[in-house]
Design a protein around this ligand. Structure first.
Ligand code: AP5
Ligand code: MG
Length: 218
């Protein structure tokens, strides 16, 4: 049975950072709802323009649109043996829709890694984050600087700061996480698939802990 790994955690917890490293290590697809919305926005599609209205004020894109988009992505052949989900699901209806979809594919969610980081650390991480608009790799000016300031190590693209990383929007995103996404911790705990990981450790230590959790999952 194919396993879909879910990375759960507040904005800035390190989901994207770890997803890139884990997917490279295990050779599985990285499915990030935020990255897919941003890709649509860069192409100015209708979906991208709709999502942008929510993203820039720190609100969630409506469930029906998001569920349809991820459903289409998970039906692609590269996901047949599983994938790592980063930023989806984010609400109880999204989690239920994911369970239904995977049941039809004879697959399931396991494990769910909850990256735990306190709010004051999140704000500092997001204010120093720089992202590669080409490959999605994330850097931090203090904790994980690129070799050359402002340039992606891998493809040489000029790094950008995300518009939703302004402190006011970050606070809003953290509130939305607490209200709408944190209930998923209980949802998955009750299904006995939740593993909590201390996301305040170094990037490398978090990666090793996640890899050892994954090695133990049947
Ligand atoms: P999304 O893109 O998913 O953003 P997010 O959840 O807010 O998370 P971030 O990407 O900001 O943080 P991250 O956990 O990936 O941290 P990162 O690894 O970059 O979503 C954006 C928006 O899209 C949402 O607000 C919503 O509007 C919409 N959306 C997306 N999915 C949706 C859904 N399912 N439903 C509805 N709407 C949806 O790390 C952050 C920084 O910290 C980096 O600089 C990094 O270098 C640094 N760092 C990482 N780990 C460490 C460490 N261990 N130590 C020190 N620094 C570290
Ligand atoms: Mg991310």
């Amino acid at each position: 049975m194919a396993h879909f790994i879910v990375l759960l955690g507040p904005p800035g917890a390190g989901k994207g950072t770890q997803a890139k490293a884990i997917c490279e290590a295990l050779g599985i697809p990285h499915v990030s709802s935020g990255d897919i919305f941003r890709e649509h926005l860069s192409k100015q599609t209708e979906l991208g323009k709709l999502a942008d209205g929510y993203i820039k004020c720190g609100q969630l894109v409506p469930d029906d649109v998001t569920i349809r988009m991820i459903g289409d992505r998970l039906k692609q052949p590269d996901c047949a043996n599983g994938a790592l989900l980063d930023g989806f699901p984010r609400t109880i209806p999204q989690a239920q829709a994911l369970d239904d979809l995977l049941a039809k594919m004879d697959a399931k969610v396991n494990p769910v890694i909850s990256l735990e980081v306190p709010a004051e650390v999140l704000v500092e991480r997001l204010s120093g984050r720089w992202t590669c608009p080409t490959c999605g790799r994330v850097y931090h000016e203090k904790h994980h600087p690129p070799r050359q300031a402002g340039v992606c190590d891998v493809d040489g693209t000029a790094l950008i700061q995300r518009p939703d990383d302004q402190p006011e929007t970050v606070r809003q995103r953290i509130e939305v996480y607490r209200a709408q996404t944190e209930p998923l911790v209980d949802y998955y705990r009750q299904k006995d698939v939740l593993v909590r990981v201390d996301g305040t450790q170094s990037i490398e230590a978090v990666k090793q802990e996640i890899l050892s959790v994954l090695a133990g999952v049947q």
